[in-house]
Each structure stands twice: as C-alpha cells, then as structure tokens.
Design a protein around this ligand. Structure first.
Ligand code: ARG
Length: 574
C-alpha cells in the first residue's frame, strides 16, 4: 500500500465516523511544506454538506486522529485545512517498506486489462519523419506505464500500407521507369512528393492512382509484387529508426493485414443498414444531434471500389476485438486527426464492430516545431527525416559530453554508445516534459544540456548514484536498514520518494507522461541536495551510513523506473 492511501484511510475513517463521505479524507502532499508534510482539504466540502463551519469539522476530525502514533503533529490551518506531519520513525518504516517493494508502493492492477497501444504509424510511401517521432515517444511511454501497472500491453505500429498512397506510388513508379523489383526507400522518397502534388492537379493521374489502389487491394499479382518490394524497402529503415530509439513492438502489423476482414465486415454493415449507398460510395453516417461541428459520413468504400484509411481502421478494431480481446485501445496520433477518430469510433460502436465494453481513445498530441515556431522542417523547407533528427541530437550530446569532460578517457565504442543514449534521452525528455497536447520547439542546446529539466541531467543524476554505490561496495560498505532521517534534505528526499505510487497512477489515469518527467526531475534534484548535505562515504556512524546507502539505492531504483517509463536508458558510467 502507498503511504498516501494509508493516510487517506485514516482521515477518511474519521470523516465517515462523523457521518460524512469517506472520500473527503483524501490526503495529499502539503502545498506549504513549512507548515506540514501532508494535508487534507475535505472539511471545506464537508462544511457545505452539513452547513457547519469548516474549522469545526476539521477539529472534529482532528480529535479522532490526533492520537494516532504515526503523527507527530496534526492541526488546522486557514479556513479548515487539516495539516499532518509524521514522526521520523513512521517515515523510516514507510521508507523501508516502500523501498523493499517491487513496485515501490504502487498497487498493480488486480484484474489486468488487455491494452492495445497504437503508435508510431509510419507510412510505407515515405521515410519516418518527425511527425511520427512524437507518436513513437509518447506511445512508447504509455505502453511502458500500462505494462508497469500490470496490464497485458500489445504494441502495434499500424503501418500505413494500404490506402490511396500505395496506388499513387504504384502509378508514379510506372511513370518513373525505375525497376520496381529493386526499388529502394530513396527511390520512394524521390518519387512520392511530386506524385502526391501531381495527383492534386492532374485528374487523369489521380484516377490512375485510384485504379491502381483498387487493383492492388483486389489482388492484382503485379501490383502486389511492387507493393511488397516497397514495403520491404521501407521496413529496413523503419526497423533501424525504432532500434535507434530503443522502441520495440509486439506486432508488426499494417493496414493491409486486416484486408480479409473488410468484405465480411462491410457485408454485415450493409445488412444491418448501418452502411448506406451515397453517390456510388458506401458510407456510414456518424453525425450526432448535439455536434458542434460537422462530421461528414465515414466512407467505407469509394465509388471506384477502393478502401480507405477509415475502412482499415474499422477492420483493425474488429481484429483487435476478435483476435486480441482488447479492452482498451489507445490511438497515439497527432491531434489533427481528431475528427478521423471521432468518425471511426462512432462507426465502430454504431455498427457493433466494437462492443460497448471496448474503450477506444484517441490520445492526441501537438506538433514539434523548429526554432521559428513553425513545424520542424529542413532548411530547404522539406520534411525532416527521423534518422537526421537522431543524428542531430547525438552530435549535440557528444559536444556536451566533451564540454563537461565526461566519458573522456573511455574507449571510443563506449563513448559512442553513451552519446547515442544521451542524445535519445535529450530528445525523449524534451518531448515528454510537455503536456502532450501542446506544441513545443525542438531546442537542441537546451534539451542536451546536463543542467536544468533535461534527459541528460537525469541520466547523470542516476549515473552518479550508481557510482556512489559502486564506490561503497569497493570500500566494503553495504546498504543497511533505513533509520530515522538525520537531516532535512534526507527527510525531503524520503517524502518525495514516497509520492511515487500516486504520481504513476496520475500519469496513467491522465495518459500523461509529463507527470513522470516532472517528478523524475524533482526526485533527482532532491537527491542532489541530499548528496551535497550528507557526506555518505565519509560518515562515521555506521548505522547512519548504511541507511543513507539504502536511501540512495531506493532513489536509484525510483529514478530507474521513472526513466524506464520515459524510455530513457541509463549508462553504467559517464
Ligand atoms: N499512418 C498514419 C499517419 O501517418 C498514422 C496511423 C495512426 N494509427 C491509426 N490507427 N490510424 O498519419
């Protein structure tokens, strides 16, 4: 159990004894640490229910809990806040119990759900670009968090490999004259942008692309062969990008993998009347009465007979329900696709493709911008490839390591690996520290700095704890029992570490890794203060020293889990 749950139980019981709702006893860390360690604000709400002054209710609660042995002080502040401070002995025993727990006090799900995280979503036609970077970073963090919480997580990249873009490429490849059996990703990247532009202006070409899409989807062997070659050409670079980011998937599925489900799904929707003809196309109406904007019908099949992005998304929901038994699907996709997901989810529930019990959620996010505040582009205004961004941050990390004289005399191979880990940490943390719905600016200098709220700062803090623990081992010292905190900075660190379960809970409930990023930074900063004030290795009192080492290894365990939730790896040394 977590300390805050325990305290909330005690105070909640007092509220309930007074005939008030137990939930009013919720205890949170104090907003004003100079007054107390914890507070409970329920007396104000209780006062409204009972038409009594809040301070009176607070006093009644206090009378019931004040003698509890874990409390050092219990008192009223302001309009009726209940302030609590624990004895050092109580803190030490909570510290010991929490540090010894595998999940550091976090209660894993009693009944695990099957959670599909749909993220990354690169398209075969194009190199992965920075737009897919945010999806990858945020989605991966959410997958890690749900995994930690004990759920059965299935990571699915949902590659874009089946819609109009494929027909467009096939038509363009025919015109380009490149040998389709040996087509490379570079070819695709050269061919796609002008083809996409041309389809907008040249109707005949757009028609050909549409026809090619239909023929591909209907199984034309020649088209399937070109498509396969294009898919494997881009797979090589996708795998390399994901490896560089330390991201792994459980499935390697794309839109095309649900193709066989489409015909029966559409047939059932036609029979039930959910799908209707409209101008030769087959659509599902999704508008609802109190919509505040227009939601056009979802197109299941075009008049030319092709299936679109929405069609494969619906069939994928069918697969996730039937085959994977998904309870919850998180779609980590740019928030500009909000309307698409509203359409798809409504159609899924209306048609019964998704049972009402299946939860479908779009986890939207903002854009990563360049220094000019506009979507990150190359100097020539082109789309920046993910591989180039990774190189940029790795180079920046190497410069910072040099400046800070870190990893200086290590073998080249290790230095390269450290620079890669630091670069990726800079990128991921720079993203995840933001509220996911906001846009942010990719600021290489700031992100890669070893100071401030950055990934490298956190890595360095963790590496330093590792190194202290290693030095202790060399000196024959080992972590001992955690005893009463001996210094302010130690007490603050312990209190902070005890917040872990609630922070993780919040991050999961809100699908918001920024809570983890923020908290990881606070923990590292608290540890650094503790380390400055408490000279662990030269401490003469062996009991105190052993306790400090135990607190240090608890802090390292906490930071390691938090950084893991952010997808950040900690080097052994720096
Ligand atoms: N391939 C899509 C794109 O690049 C993202 C896929 C998101 N996932 C989904 N199930 N639609 O925009």
């Amino acid at each position: 159990m977590s300390l805050l749950t325990h305290l909330s139980d005690i105070v909640g019981q007092a509220f309930s004894d007074l005939g008030l709702p137990t939930e009013l006893g919720a205890v949170v860390p104090s907003q004003r640490r100079e007054l107390a360690q914890f507070q409970s604000n329920g007396a104000m709400a209780g006062a409204k229910l009972e038409a009594r002054p809040p301070r009176e209710i607070a006093q009644d609660v206090i009378d019931r809990i004040a003698t509890h042995e874990e409390f050092k002080t219990v008192d009223i502040a302001g309009p009726g806040f209940i302030n609590l401070t624990l004895t050092d002995g109580a803190l030490a025993s909570w510290a010991a119990a929490t540090a010894a727990d595998d999940h550091l006090g976090f209660a894993v799900a009693a009944e695990p759900s099957t959670v599909v995280v749909d993220y990354a979503g690169p398209n075969v036609a194009k190199a992965m670009h920075v737009g897919h970077l945010r999806a990858t970073i945020i989605g991966d963090s959410l997958a890690r968090l749900f995994d930690f919480a004990g759920h059965n997580v299935i990571r699915d990249p949902h590659f874009g490999d089946w819609g109009f873009q494929m027909g467009l490429l096939i038509a363009a490849v025919e015109d380009d004259g490149v040998d389709p059996t040996s087509i490379t990703l570079d070819d695709l990247q050269r061919i796609y942008p002008p083809a996409s532009e041309r389809a907008r202006q040249d109707d005949a070409f757009a028609d050909r692309a549409r026809e090619a899409t239909v023929r591909l989807q209907q199984g034309d062997p020649g088209h399937r062969a070109i498509w396969k070659q294009m898919k494997s050409a881009s797979e090589v670079s996708q795998r390399a990008n994901f490896a560089a980011l330390g991201v792994n998937f459980d499935l390697w599925y794309g839109e095309s993998d649900v193709h066989d489900r489409i015909a029966p799904m559409i047939e059932a929707m036609r029979e039930s009347g959910v799908a209707e003809e409209s101008d030769g196309a087959l659509v599902v109406r999704v508008a609802e009465e109190d919509d505040n904007r227009e939601f056009p019908p979802l197109i299941l099949q075009t008049s030319a007979g092709g299936f679109l992005y929405s069609t494969t998304d619906l069939a994928t929901i069918d697969m996730r329900n039937q085959e994977l038994g998904a309870d919850l699907c998180l779609y980590v996709v740019d928030r500009r696709q909000t309307d698409h997901f509203v359409q798809v989810f409504r159609a899924a529930y209306r048609s019964g493709v998704a049972p009402q019990s299946m939860v479908l959620e779009h986890i939207g996010f903002g854009t990563m911008n360049g220094p000019d505040g506009k979507p990150f582009k190359t100097r020539e205004g082109g789309v920046v490839r993910l591989a180039d961004v990774i190189k940029l941050v790795t180079d920046a990390a190497r410069d910072r390591l040099d400046e800070a004289h870190l990893a200086e005399e290590y073998p080249d191979e290790e230095r390269d690996r450290i620079a890669a880990l630091v670069g990726v940490a800079a990128l991921k943390f720079g993203d995840l520290i933001n509220n996911r719905a906001s846009d942010y600016i990719l600021d290489l200098d700031r992100f890669s700095s070893f100071e401030g709220k950055t990934g490298p700062y956190l890595q360095y803090a963790a590496v330093r704890i590792k190194s202290i623990l290693r030095k202790a081992t060399v000196l024959g010292l080992a972590p001992g029992d955690i005893i009463d905190p001996g210094a302010d900075s130690e007490r603050e660190l312990v209190l902070e570490l005890l917040n872990f379960p609630e922070v993780v809970e919040r991050a999961i409930a809100l699908r918001a890794p920024n809570h983890i990023a923020e908290y990881a930074h606070t923990v590292a900063a608290r540890y650094n203060r503790f380390y400055d004030e408490c000279h662990i290795l030269s401490e003469e009192d062996a009991g105190r020293q052993g306790s400090w080492l135990a607190v240090s290894s608890w802090a390292l365990a906490t930071l390691s889990i938090l950084l893991d939730h952010l997808g950040i790896e900690i080097p052994d040394r720096m």
